[in-house]
Design a protein around this ligand. Sequence first.
Ligand code: TGC
Ligand code: FAD
Length: 387
Amino acid sequence: MQDPLQLLDIPSLLSDEERDIQATVAAYLTDHVRPHIGTWFEEGILPRELARELGKLGVLGMHLEGYGCAGTSALAYGLACLELEAVDSGIRSFVSVQGSLSMYSIWKYGSEEQKQEWLPRLAAGEAIGCFGLTEPDFGSNPSGMRTRAVRDGSDWVLNGTKMWITNGGLADVATVWAQTEEGIRGFLVPRGTPGFTTQDIKHKLSMRASVTSELILADVRLPESARLPLATSLRAPLSCLNEARFGIVFGAVGAARDSLQAALDYSGTRIQFDKPIAAFQLTQRKLASMSVQVSNSMLLALHLAKLKEAGTLKPEQISMGKYNNVEAAIAIARESRTILGANGISLEYSPLRHANNLESVLTYEGTSDIHLLSIGHALTGISSFRG
Ligand code: TGC
Ligand code: FAD
């Protein structure tokens, strides 16, 4: 059965170097992660050692320049996200949070000292980072956050709770966003700081091969040098989200492609009514329609990568990509599952695992509703986030 992205000859749109990077990431994952992903998902774990392996592979903060980062193109980073999420959204989430949220927040808004201290170790996977924006009562609307940082002499004292934080329980350093008298600011909170604890969230039905945690800050005292000096408003964390959302635009294509591939392979060998089910017109309709959707998603992702590399990519364009590609991916994962019949509910096959993970992807980094409102704002000039 054909690779669905080959039908439009999409690989011909990539350079040799981009195809090489994509193939290298895919080969590593096939050998070292894919064989274990079903078990990790079932057991609800993400082995910490994977961080160093991904560091060696060079995908952590790969689109950043300097400090041990690979400095690849945005497109190369997107292609890596695609291959990571083709295995599991949890693995792409780990890389997104490490590179686009934790490392990017330090790279873009940190002091030279903070960059030197954290970026090389985070790039190598020797340290793990997380990004705490969401709170129990403030998800889509982070501007209302209750976490407070108050000056005390030359120090800051932080109090509050962050919720649903990817990599929280693994992290050596947390980028924590807090309200201050001067507005929203970012702080680097190293693990072990007195008053800072994490609690992993259990019993998840989605994103099981990923650590998701609550961060608790109780009178956490930090020096001024822990504050990200260049982050001066909510604009700073929202700009980090652009980076991670860009990776999701590509990642979603990976989950969709892998689901469709599983359905294609299965339909060629599963015999009902004396024929492979791929021979039935209704099955072909599903397969053909999904191959059009996954190809369209990829073309949109490639277009956004071009805009990003030209330095003109706007938040509402990222919203179009995140909204479209994640909605398309979850529909493809569910439709692929139907082609697998009862076998489709087994962990042996990927589509339902992808669909379950994509429920989280649909919600995090801005829900589909939020992205539609962002597109609506750009179209009409009227912001309707507040009704
Ligand atoms: P608003 O007044 O619109 O904006 C405040 C300031 O920020 C600017 N801005 C942006 N800047 C850069 N990029 C963006 N995407 C931006 N969106 C807004 C804006 O221009 C303004 O700047 P300034 O200088 O004028 O002050 O803010 P608002 O309070 O009305 O909220 C806007 C809204 C709803 C779009 C925003 O709050 C939002 O995006 N909400 C969704 C929250 C979200 O996505 N959270 C994600 C948390 S992290 C996560 O989920 C990680 S999962 C990772 C994984 O595992 O892969
Ligand atoms: P709410 O904001 O309460 O939204 C509930 C519903 O109301 C949604 O359908 C939403 O679309 C809708 N809604 C809200 N406002 C509007 C509106 N104005 N108009 C129309 N509809 C609206 N956060 C982090 O900071 N860091 C992380 O690393 C991180 N990792 C995550 C990992 C996982 C697995 C998950 C599930 C979440 C993670 N999050 C993280 C949190 C995530 O960003 C939030 O869940 C998300 O922003 C939505 O917030 P919420 O869950 O509070 O939903």
